[in-house]
Design a protein around this ligand. Structure first.
Ligand code: MG
Ligand code: MG
Length: 272
């Protein structure tokens, strides 16, 4: 179901988005070779609760942890383990939180130590495709306009765009309408309206778009074993234009990265 948000509800959703953004920022300085995902998961759980929020994924559909942590060939929905991260790995971290009755849902693919140039490129292109998609999220555009922008850019680099998993509307439920696929045709699908809030989240594979699922019933990985990247932002339509509610700036601050990639999507100044 699609539920349009009032300006007051969007402000509450900004708070929820900031909880998950700060959580990924906290994790950014902890992710390094030798650390394990289960340890990072316990840090995130405490950190979310300290901010007056509840972990959004813990127990949802019986998921056992706070974070989805998907290293290397895992696409999404990985279950945190005690396996230490290795130099050259990547790990996609997806974080949900519930505050004031609204969900934040945010993901970033981190580099562990020194990562090969062709994998760095996969991360860069996937993140750039996220912003190309966000730019199309405005009144009178349609789901297909966002989807096409992401698909076209990633496929032009030879990457596989995952079909089976999609972005979504966001609000008092983690998954609301509309579905926001990362592939599609311009001018097709539901029309966007003022006050709509969605999670846009390209899941992009270095090789084939095909995926498989582990017997744990959760972990999705690439069919060819090549790496996969995942970046997710929460975006509202405000004054007809895309307004970012989540931010990667806490991550960049922790990693010492300077970036103005979010500036054009920020009508409201956030205080770091
Ligand atoms: Mg997510
Ligand atoms: Mg999501």
């Amino acid at each position: 179901m699609i539920k349009i948000k009032t300006p007051e509800e969007i402000e509450l959703m900004r708070e929820s988005a900031l909880v998950v953004s700060k959580t990924l920022g906290m994790l950014a300085s902890e992710i390094k070779p030798g650390v394990n995902a289960l340890y990072l998961d316990t840090l995130a759980q405490e950190f979310i609760r300290e901010q007056g929020a509840e972990p959004g994924f813990l127990g949802m559909y019986d998921f056992p942890n706070t974070l989805n942590m998907s290293p290397n060939a895992q696409v999404v929905h990985g279950i945190p383990t005690k396996d230490p991260l290795k130099d050259g790995d990547i790990i996609s971290v997806d974080c949900g939180a519930l505050k004031n009755g609204f969900y934040g849902d945010h993901a970033y693919t981190f580099e562990v130590g020194e990562v090969a140039p062709e994998i760095k490129k996969l991360l860069r292109i996937t993140k750039e495709s996220l912003y190309l998609g966000i730019r199309e999220f405005k009144t009178n555009n349609r789901v297909g306009d966002v989807a096409y922008a992401i698909q076209n850019y990633c496929e032009s680099h030879g990457y596989g765009v995952v079909r089976e998993l999609v972005g979504h509307g966001l609000g008092t439920k983690l998954h609301e309408g509309p579905e926001m696929p990362n592939y599609g045709k311009r001018g097709r699908g539901k029309k966007f309206a003022e006050g709509l809030v969605v999670a846009i989240e390209p899941m992009i594979n270095k090789g084939t778009k095909r995926i498989k699922q582990l017997k744990d019933g959760w972990t999705i990985l690439t069919a060819d074993g090549q790496p996969s990247a995942h970046f997710e932002h929460n975006v509202a339509i405000v004054n007809g234009k895309p307004e970012l509610l989540s931010t990667f700036q806490y991550i960049y601050e922790a990693l010492g990265i300077k970036s103005n990639e979010e500036d054009e999507f920020r009508q409201e100044k956030i205080k770091l």
